[in-house]
Structures are given as C-alpha cells and as structure tokens.
Ligand binder design. Sequence first.
Ligand SMILES: Nc1ncnc2c1ncn2[C@@H]1O[C@@H]2COP(=O)(O)O[C@H]2[C@H]1O
Length: 416
Amino acid sequence: MVFSLSKESQAELQLFQNEIAAANPSDLLQFSANYFNQRLEQQRAFLKAREPEFRAKNIVLFPETDESLSRPQSAQSQSRSRSSVMFKSPFVNEDPHSNVFKNGFDMDPHEQDAHQLSQDEQPHGGEKGSTPPLPMHFNAQRRTSVSGETLQPNNFDDWTPDHYKEKSEQQLERLEKSIGNNFLFNKLDSDSKRLVINCLEEKSVRNGSTIIKQGDQGDYFYVVEQGTVDFYVNDNKVNSSGPGSSFGELALMYNSPRAATVVATSDCLLWALDRLTFRKILLGSSFKKRLMYDDLLKTMPVLKSLTTYDRAKLADALDTKIYQPGETIIREGDQGENFYLIEYGAVDVSKEGQGVINKLKDHDYFGEVALLNDLPRQATVTATKRTKVATLGKSGFQRLLGPAVDVLKLNDPTRH
Ligand SMILES: Nc1ncnc2c1ncn2[C@@H]1O[C@@H]2COP(=O)(O)O[C@H]2[C@H]1O
C-alpha cells in the first residue's frame, strides 16, 4: 500500500529528519519527544501571537477549560493559564531532568546541562495536572548540572512576543530579498520564521551614529538590510560588515555586556529583534551550535586565549561525530583534514612500531600536527570508549583558532 502524505506533513518530516541527521541522537525516542514538544510549543507561540487577530474574526484559538476556570487566579494569571493549558508539555514540565533547550534535542548524558532560568524567563505558576504526568524516573539516568549562564530559550508557556506586528506585503518582499538567505532564517521552520519576521522592527540609522556601545546592556539583535557598519573593541577597529549580515547577538546570548561598539559607516536600514524573541526563537535554532559547544570550548585549556566572539565563530564551524570503542578516527600516513576536540570519551594515540604513545580523554585535542606542519598524519588515533568529538575542518583551523594556534604550536608533540 502506498501512503501519500500532505505537503505539510512531508515538510514536517523533512525538518525532523534534518534534526536527526545533525544531532545523531543516542536516545532517539527521547530526542523525538523533546523535538516534537518544542515544535508544538513554537507553533502555538506563533498562534498565540496572532490570537487578537483571530479573536477579531470571532475565532477562539485557546478556549477556556473547566480546570482553568475552577482555580482561583489573578486576572493576569487567568489570561496566562488560558493559553498555557494548551501548551503544557508532558515531557518537559513533569520531568526534572529533561532539557530540550541547550543542545537542540539530544539527551545524551554527557551533553546535559540544565540551565537556570533568568528572572524574566521563569515559568510562572507551574500549574500541574493538565497533562498526564510522566513517570518521575523517566530520564533519571541523565546528568544535570546548573551553569551560571542563562540559556533556556524555548519555554513558551507564558510568553507572548511584545513587538509582534504583521508586516506589509512590501516589507515582506524587502525582507525576503535582503535577509531571506541569511543563515539565521534558513534554520527556522516556517512558523518560527514568520514569527521572527513579524517581530522585527525597522530602524533607520544615520552615517556616523553609534548603534551599540561596548559595555552597555544588550537589548536588540540587528540584521543589516542596507548600509555598512564598523566594529570597535577597546577603540580598535576589528571588523566591518554590510547588507545581509547581523550583529549584537553576543550580549543577548550570554547575558553579558556588549563586546564591541558598532558604528554606522553609511546611512543604514536595520531590522532589530528584541532580546526575548531572540532568546526564545533564535537561540534554540540558529544559534543552537553555539550553545551546544559553549561549555566545551570555554573549558578547553588550549582555547583559553579566545574571546567570546572567537569562540562563537569557532562553534559555528564545528561538527559533531561519535566513535564507538575500537573505531579508528585518524590513521597514520593519511592526509590531515580535521582537527578534533574531545567532548567526552577516551582515545589511544599509537605509532607504527612503537605501540600506544599517548592516551587522551575529555577536553583534550588531537589532529593538529598534520594541519600545523602540512604533514601526513603522524600517528593513529583509536577510540577506546564511546567518544564524542567536535571536528574543525582545515580552513576553519587556519581561520578561526587565532591566538590558540600559538599554543598549539608550543605544545606540538613532534617538536620536542
Ligand atoms: N571582534 C569582535 N568582537 C566582539 N564583537 C564583535 C566583533 N566583531 C563583530 N562583533 C559584533 O559586535 C556586537 C556588539 O554587541 P554584542 O556583544 O551583543 O555582539 C557583538 C558582535 O555581534
């Protein structure tokens, strides 16, 4: 029997397949449950933003349930629970260990990091009972830890975008032309893309004006439609960019002060996205990789000299691979294509005729010698445990490691 799927279902399945291919989850069912919960929440956040528009047409998107009416509540929490009843996510709310946020959806025990909510993003109320609870031991094996960073982008229970305004046909056309191909938007499914686009605010900026001042608090993320900007760190020009580029993400991602001053070097037309919408929508998709690798890169001694900005750019270029015990990762004599950072696991480094010459584990690195010296691989590297690595291609190695290359050279084991 041949089943025919609607276009919508096909698109949904394709998105899902892409996520699986990218994440290579160790626990497919958990991954899938988290993934679809997040999709559902995203879709409903989108509908929620459009609720007034539907209400005007007498369409009720979020009917009041018996339960939401029977509990005594403040006016504010009543309006909140009306919609959040529908948003309850059994896998997320009832499971203290679950985390759909930081690493995309993979729930590998070594990748877990339950991040604290910041004050303004704490889920309110936490009403229970509207959905069947999951057994509490579900996912109980998974490690959780609390990081100082606040990176929980995707709890939509109580969030309505503040700056939502349907764009005109003309604006949509302009946006499609100028930023339609920007990597930020390519990673979004159609609902989230539409939500983000309708939350963008148009801003005209005069040549010479300061758009962002280093050290300030982060409020907006910007995408450039027209014009050019320069970036200054401690009064030194470090970069320039133009149409289609974006800036201002770091302070919003890490809740840190602005890392650079940004000055318009011509009249600019910018699109600004407010901090909360950025965190709720873009962090979990377009910037997922940065979140995923942030802890690893921060804790690697060899990368100590990199700035937040350097680490962010590096994370964008990394890919993940998992090796099983006994698998060869690098073979002596082969051409070198990648540099490897060990997220977790263990590997043996061996040389023909000498046997095992080194053992490496979590947060060590390998594969640098061939790339630094343009030589064939000088040793074989084999996983001795299940090992997860982040890989960086040759061109990224040369472009993105910056000052860390000097440290790698100093530590080059073939030079001693
Ligand atoms: N070399 C750089 N260091 C820091 N920020 C940079 C650099 N080049 C461009 N930027 C951008 O400048 C922005 C200033 O605000 P944010 O720190 O929020 O995010 C920063 C980056 O998007």
